[in-house]
Write a protein that binds this ligand. Structure first.
Ligand code: SF4
Length: 299
C-alpha cells in the first residue's frame, strides 16, 4: 500500500534508523485551567488524575533511569523524553531549564518533546528551550483541539485560536519543532469544522500534528453530559471520514504523529471502538486508498 500520509514512524526510522519509543516524564506541574487561575474544572474531557503519569513521586533522573531500563529490556535503545502531563511550561523558566538540563547526559534520549497550553508559554521559556535545543533536539506541543472559538468555549479550553496562533508564531522565532494537538468528534463539530481546523494549521509554521478521537473517560464533565444524554459520541464511520478529510486538508510536509489516542485501562466510558486502535487506523488508510486520496490533496 502507498504511504498516503506523512507517518511519524517513517520519519523516526529515516532519522534514527532504529526503533524510537516515547519515555513519559512528569515534572509534577499542574495546569492553569485546573488550579483556579483560569478555571477549576479543566477541559470537559480531562480528568484530574488521567492527565498525569503517576511518576512525579520520582526525580526526573529516576524516571529516566527506570524508563530506560524497562525499554532496554524490550530492545529499545533510543527514546523521546516526553513531558506530557498537564502544562509543562506552567513553571518558572529556571525550573524548566534545571530539569531539561538533567536529560542532556543520556545519549539514549535522542529527542525531547514537551506538551503545554499555548497561553502558558513566555519568551523566557522559549529562550530556555532554544538553549536546550542547541544541545539536544527539542520540540514543543501545543493543544489547540479546534480552530473554532465557539467549540473552545464549549469545551472550556479557556484560550482562543488567536492565543494559539500567537504562541506558534513566537515559538517559530526560536526555531523549535512545533506539534499541534487536535481532536475529532468534539461537541457540535462537523466535518467542515475539522476541515477548517486542518486548513488553519496548514497556514501556520507547524511541523507536526497529533490527531485524537474524542472519547469519554470517568470523572469528567463529558461523562456527565454523556450520562444525561446531552452528548453523543461520534460514530466510528464518521470519525474515520472526518479524519480522512482532516488529512486531505493538512499540508503534505506536516508529520502525522498519531491518528487516535489510548485511554488508560479501566478509564474509558465510551465509545467502545476507541479500544481497537489498529482497526481505526486501518479504516482510515483503507478509505484514503478507496478515494485515491493523499494528505494535502484538497489544499
Ligand atoms: S489544558 Fe490539558 S491539563 Fe489543562 S485541563 Fe485542559 S486537557 Fe487538562
Amino acid at each position: 500500500m502507498l504511504t498516503r500520509y506523512n507517518k511519524f514512524s517513517d520519519y523516526l526510522k529515516h532519522r534514527f534508523s532504529s526503533q524510537v519509543r516515547k519515555l513519559p516524564l512528569d515534572l509534577g506541574l499542574t495546569c492553569p485551567n485546573r488550579d483556579g487561575t483560569l478555571s477549576v474544572g479543566g477541559c470537559i474531557y480531562c480528568d484530574e488524575k488521567g492527565s498525569g503519569t503517576g511518576k512525579k513521586r520520582y526525580s526526573i533522573e529516576e524516571q529516566v533511569e527506570r524508563g530506560l531500563e524497562e525499554l532496554q529490556r524490550k530492545g529499545v535503545n533510543k527514546v523521546i523524553g516526553y513531558f506530557q502531563s498537564f502544562s509543562n511550561t506552567y513553571c518558572s523558566p529556571e525550573f524548566l531549564e534545571k530539569n531539561l538540563n538533567l536529560l542532556l547526559k543520556y545519549p539514549e534520549i535522542v529527542l525531547i518533546y514537551l506538551g503545554t497550553r499555548p497561553d502558558a508559554v513566555t519568551e523566557g521559556h522559549l529562550k530556555v528551550l532554544e538553549k536546550v535545543n542547541k544541545r539536544k533536539e527539542l520540540g514543543i506541543e501545543y493543544g489547540l483541539q479546534s480552530s473554532n472559538d465557539n467549540t473552545l468555549n464549549l469545551i472550556n479550553r479557556q484560550h482562543t485560536l488567536k492565543d494559539f496562533i500567537d504562541a506558534v508564531n513566537l515559538t517559530k522565532k526560536f526555531k523549535l519543532f512545533i506539534t499541534a494537538h487536535i481532536i475529532i468528534g468534539l461537541p457540535g463539530e462537523t466535518e467542515q469544522d475539522n476541515i477548517i481546523t486542518a486548513r488553519t494549521l496548514s497556514s501556520l509554521p507547524i511541523d507536526s500534528v497529533k490527531i485524537h478521537q474524542l472519547y469519554i473517560v470517568r470523572d469528567t464533565r463529558l461523562e456527565l453530559l454523556y450520562l444525561t444524554g446531552e452528548f453523543i459520541p461520534i460514530r466510528f464511520d464518521d470519525s474515520v471520514k472526518n479524519t480522512v478529510s482532516t488529512l486531505r486538508n493538512l499540508r503534505r510536509d506536516i508529520i502525522i504523529q498519531r491518528l487516535t489516542g489510548d485511554p488508560k485501562p479501566g478509564q474509558l466510558v465510551a465509545p467502545e471502538w476507541i479500544n481497537d486502535k489498529s482497526n481505526f487506523i486501518s479504516a482510515v488508510e483503507n478509505l484514503l486508498e478507496e478515494f485515491g486520496a493523499f494528505q494535502g490533496d484538497r489544499i
